[in-house]
Design a protein around this ligand. Structure first.
Ligand SMILES: O=C(O)CCC(=O)C(=O)O
Ligand SMILES: [Fe+2]
Length: 220
């Protein structure tokens, strides 16, 4: 399951993040993945701008109820502003399963792209996610995000004009298994939507199922 969050950032936050990026230094994105044959983008490389932008992006994700309900996050990598100029792309790849975050191993269960510039301001640059032999393509409005399983094969199509600016991060979920995570998300959503209309007895029984599946499936 893939989750789109249309209203992750306010217009003001988008403006601040774009202004930070406009003044900051960027380097070849292969810095974090030197052996990649398909990666061709630019990573923000500016300590101060990274501190400020990552904290804004992480705060925006963690305050958003849809994100928390969908991802069951136990941790997020420090979001990184990434830029694709004309001619750049990130060819088809799976995301690395393990990352080091502050000296600790971190498992990537979900990946997240936060769109920072207006989709009409650049040509190409859609995020394409393969689902078996079909696909989904995303080129979201500024301030929106898409969260998808890190297990998928995905790519960023070539930007042919303009600049694609995004925030990227990976999420470790308390429910590593995608199928279980999606089932509990669905159950919790339906219980939240329909619970008020249920008899007290049935609501209590549904709650027991929600809580006990959480106990069974969640890591700390
Ligand atoms: O730029 C994006 O939307 C996705 C980048 C990506 O797939 C990655 O950093 O692993
Ligand atoms: Fe990726």
């Amino acid at each position: 399951m893939i989750k789109q969050i249309p209203d992750l950032l306010s217009g003001r936050e988008v403006k601040t993040l774009k202004a930070l990026a406009a003044k900051a230094n960027f380097v070849d994105g292969r810095i974090s993945n030197p052996h990649s044959k398909v990666k061709n983008n630019l990573h923000l490389h500016d300590e101060k701008a990274w501190e400020k932008s990552s904290s804004m992006l992480e705060t925006a994700l963690m305050r958003h109820e849809d994100f928390r309900n969908f991802a069951f996050p136990s941790g997020i990598t420090k979001p990184l502003i990434t830029k694709y100029d004309a001619g750049m792309r990130y060819g088809l790849h799976p995301d690395s399963p393990m990352m080091m975050v502050e000296g600790k191993a971190f498992r990537s269960d979900l990946s997240c792209t936060i769109f920072l510039n207006d989709p009409d301001s650049y040509e190409g640059g859609a995020l394409r996610i393969l689902l078996g032999d079909s696909q989904m393509r995303f080129k979201g409005a500024a301030g929106s995000a898409v969260v998808y399983p890190s297990t998928t094969l995905h790519e960023v199509e070539e930007v042919t004009e303009g600049e694609r600016l995004v925030g990227l991060c990976f999420i470790q979920s308390r429910i590593p298994d995608t199928a279980k995570r999606n089932l509990l998300y669905e159950l919790n959503e339906v219980a939240a939507l329909e619970g008020l209309g249920m008899s007290d007895e049935n609501y209590t029984r549904i709650q027991a199922v929600q809580f006990n599946l959480s106990r069974m499936w969640m890591d700390n």
